[in-house]
Design a protein. Structure first.
Ligand SMILES: NC(=O)c1ccc[n+]([C@@H]2O[C@H](COP(=O)([O-])OP(=O)(O)OC[C@H]3O[C@@H](n4cnc5c(N)ncnc54)[C@H](O)[C@@H]3O)[C@@H](O)[C@H]2O)c1
Length: 364
């Protein structure tokens, strides 16, 4: 214990490292002179379940806006987002630790997220996990939330941010391979930036999943949702293509270079599992969301045969590098998923939850 900080007129004894008034942390007194946000620094955290987060009614427009802002911050070099370490308890499964800090968005925290490919056979979602949001002044945990909603929405939002700069503005057809959670959220997000979308060509290895997707998306969006019976039909003549099947260690990619039209924009979410190396090499521009993360994955054995990276999404968003320059270019954005997207969205979720008094307070 050292000499404490002055809070109001009063000196209190507290650990120097804490840097804020101990009394305020305990919520016993408030002072305009104390810099700490007393509401945030009680001995408690807010817990938000998936249902709590869904109740907040956060729009995809809002998520796209904070995710785009996160990429602007990255372009300024003002974020910390180390490559995500992972453990792999089952074949093709992962549990990743994803920390990030965005000073200007006052966002700091970590997502602990797993993807287990056998879960759907057990009637469980592929993705599960938690996100911890920390106070940037004290490091104290503020909130623990389910991360499945955030993972679905922010990934769609990142695709939409990329499409805003890299897809043709008048894109009309969307091909989706893998009609699960991401197939849904990516369509929702793309509709915000590709206002002229008319038709979705949907492919899934599971006839049941495909049928559910067609029914749900037809009811939700004013679009033609056309089921197709081969990957090729979901790629050919599509202006935007998202692949969202499983990430595989043993690759058996099927998408061939000539299937992908000139002027197309592709966003693989399943790494290099779906696109043949030649197809990726046929792109005029090959982008990614993070070079360091890509390098890290290469060391882990993924992405052994990919083209040179033209730009990171942050460089395109900030105008440092050109996005789409003509209607003939074929462009791919290899999205690995970044924790800056999660933390930027988590701050939005946390603020809304506090405004609306949603969630359960738990003691620390
Ligand atoms: N890059 C990112 O930021 C990011 C974020 C989240 C998820 N992902 C990845 O996105 C992918 C999809 O995740 P999800 O949560 O939507 O999973 P999900 O289980 O909800 O959906 C996957 C769908 O793909 C189908 N499928 C399986 N193999 C297929 C194949 N060969 N061709 C077509 N469809 C196939 C399944 O039947 C299922 O309907 C996963 O690979 C996941 O790791 C990436």
């Amino acid at each position: 214990m050292g000499k404490g900080l002055i809070c109001g007129e009063e000196a209190v004894t507290m650990p120097d490292s804490l840097g804020v008034c101990l009394k305020c942390i305990r919520g016993k007194m408030r002072s305009s002179k104390c810099e700490a946000d007393v509401n945030m620094l009680k001995d408690e955290i807010l817990y938000l379940s998936k249902a709590d987060i869904e109740r907040l009614d956060i729009s995809m427009e809002e998520i796209i806006s904070v995710v785009e802002q996160a990429f602007r911050e990255k372009a300024k070099g003002e974020v910390e987002v180390p490559p995500k370490p992972g453990i792999h308890p089952q074949k093709d499964a992962f549990i990743h630790a994803m920390p990030a800090y965005l000073p200007n968005m006052k966002a700091a925290g970590v997502k602990w997220v797993s993807g287990f490919p056998k879960n759907p056979e057990r009637g469980l979602p592929y993705i599960s996990g938690l996100l911890v949001l920390n106070d940037v002044e004290t490091g104290f945990p503020l909130c623990v939330m389910d991360c499945t909603w955030i993972t679905a929405k922010r990934t769609g939002a990142a695709t939409a941010v990329a499409a805003k700069y890299l897809a043709k503005e008048d894109s009309k057809t969307f091909g989706v391979l893998g009609c699960g959670v991401q197939g849904r959220s990516n369509l929702e997000a793309l509709l915000v930036v590709c206002k002229e979308l008319e038709e979705v060509r949907a492919y899934d290895v599971s006839a049941e999943n495909l049928q559910k997707y067609v029914e749900e998306m037809t009811a939700k969006h004013e679009l033609r949702i056309v089921p197709v019976d081969s990957p090729r039909k979901a790629v050919e003549n599509c202006d935007v293509v998202v692949t969202a099947g499983p990430i595989l260690r043993q690759l058996s990619p099927v998408i061939e270079a000539p299937w992908f039209k000139h002027g197309g924009f592709a966003c693989p979410l399943d790494f290099d599992s779906y696109w043949k190396p030649k197809a990726m090499r046929s792109m005029d521009k090959f982008c990614t969301d993070d070079r360091e993360q890509l390098k890290y994955y290469r060391q882990q054995g993924y992405f052994q045969d990919i083209p040179r990276v033209y730009a990171e999404l942050s460089e395109v968003v900030s105008g440092e590098k050109f996005g789409r320059e003509n209607p003939e270019e074929r462009i791919m954005a290899m999205h690995l998923g970044l924790a800056i997207e999660d933390m930027a969205t988590a701050v939005l979720v946390y603020k809304k939850a506090k405004e609306k008094n949603v969630g359960i307070k738990l003691p620390l």
